[in-house]
Design a protein. Structure first.
Length: 306
C-alpha cells in the first residue's frame, strides 16, 4: 500500500475516534468526555493539515495507530466498561488527571528531576574520575579494583535498607544510591577506554614535554570518550530505576512517591498519568544525552542508536 494513502488515513482515524467519543453513550459518568472529543478532533484536523502540506511523512503510520488505539480504548472502556474498574481507566480519566492535578504532577516531576540530577551527575563525575585513575595508576588499581568488584555488581536497591540507616535523610540515601548506580558503569567503561589508548601516544607527548595533566586531559579522556558515553547511557538507565525505588520506599516527594500515593488511594488514572510523565522525562533525558554524544563524537554519530 503506497505511503501517501497511509498519510491520508491518519487524520480520519482521529476524527473517527472523536465521533465515537461524542456520539456513543458513556457507560458511566465521565465529566470530560466532551473535552476529550474536542482534543481528538483538534489532533485529527492538525493531522489532515500536515498531510496536505506533506509534513507528516514517516510519522503517519504511528499517528494512524495511535488514533485507532485511542478510539478502541474509548469504546472498550468508556462506552461498554469491558475491563474491571478502577484498575483500568478511560482516556477521559487520564485527561481529567492532567487538567485537575497538573500542579501536583509538575511538583513531583521537579523533585524527581532534582533528585536525579544530583545523584546521577555526582555519580557520573566520580565514576569518570575513578575510571581515569584506574586506567593511569597501578596503585589505584591495586586498592580500588577489589572494592569495585565487591560493591559494584551489587544492585543498588539491595543497599537501600543500609543507606536509610547510615544517612541522616532518605533523600540523601536515595542520591547516594543513584550515584552508585551511575558511577559503576561510568568507572568501568572509562577505565576500559583509558586502558585501550595506544601507549605510543603517551610516549610521543612526553618526548615533547607534556605533563601528566596534559596526558589525561588531551589524550586519555578524548580517546576514551566513546566508552565514557556508553557508561553514561548505562548509568542513566540504572539511575532511573533507582530513582523510582527510592521515591516509592523512602523519599517523600517525586513521581515515584506520587505513584505510591495514587496506588494507595486506588486512584489508578493518577498512577497512569505519573507513569506517562515519567516515561516522557526518561525519554527526553536519554535523547538529550545522545544529542550531547553526537555533538562531541561527530565522527561516530551513527555508531550508537537511541
Amino acid at each position: 500500500m503506497p505511503a501517501p494513502f497511509w498519510n491520508w488515513l491518519a487524520g480520519p482515524a482521529w476524527l473517527l475516534a472523536a465521533l465515537l467519543t461524542w456520539k456513543l453513550p458513556d457507560g458511566d459518568d465521565f465529566p470530560d468526555t466532551d473535552r476529550f472529543a474536542l482534543l481528538l478532533l483538534a489532533v485529527g484536523l492538525c493531522l489532515l493539515i500536515l498531510t496536505a502540506t506533506r509534513r507528516l511523512k514517516g510519522r503517519a503510520p504511528w499517528a494512524l495507530a495511535l488514533g485507532l488505539g485511542l478510539g478502541l480504548w474509548e469504546v472498550v472502556q468508556a462506552k461498554f466498561l469491558l475491563l474491571p474498574r478502577p484498575f483500568f481507566g478511560t482516556p477521559q480519566d487520564l485527561l481529567d488527571v492532567f487538567l485537575t492535578d497538573w500542579k501536583r504532577l509538575g511538583d513531583s516531576l521537579f523533585h524527581s528531576l532534582l533528585l536525579l540530577a544530583i545523584g546521577y551527575a555526582s555519580g557520573s563525575v566520580l565514576g569518570i574520575i575513578t575510571g581515569v585513575a584506574l586506567g593511569r595508576s597501578h596503585h589505584v588499581r591495586y586498592w580500588v579494583r577489589p572494592l569495585m568488584r565487591l560493591i559494584g555488581p551489587l544492585p543498588p536497591v539491595a543497599l537501600l535498607p543500609l543507606t536509610f540507616v547510615i544517612f541522616p535523610s532518605t533523600r540523601l540515601a536515595g542520591e547516594v544510591l543513584m550515584a552508585l548506580a551511575a558511577g559503576f558503569p561510568a568507572a568501568v567503561l572509562t577505565w576500559s577506554g583509558v586502558s585501550a589508548v595506544d601507549p605510543a601516544y603517551y610516549d610521543v607527548a612526553r618526548t615533547m614535554g607534556a605533563s601528566n595533566r596534559f596526558l589525561v586531559l588531551r589524550i586519555a579522556l578524548p580517546a576514551a570518550t566513546p566508552q565514557i558515553f556508553v557508561g553514561l547511557f548505562m548509568g542513566l538507565g540504572s539511575s532511573f530505576a533507582m530513582l523510582v525505588v527510592a521515591e516509592m520506599l523512602g523519599v517523600k516527594s517525586g513521581l515515584g512517591f506520587y505513584m505510591q500515593w495514587a496506588q494507595g488511594w486506588a486512584a489508578y488514572p493518577n498512577m497512569y498519568a505519573a507513569l506517562l510523565v515519567m516515561s516522557v522525562m526518561c525519554t527526553t533525558l536519554m535523547t538529550l544525552l545522545f544529542k550531547l554524544r553526537d555533538h562531541f563524537l561527530k565522527w561516530q554519530k551513527n555508531g550508537l542508536k537511541w
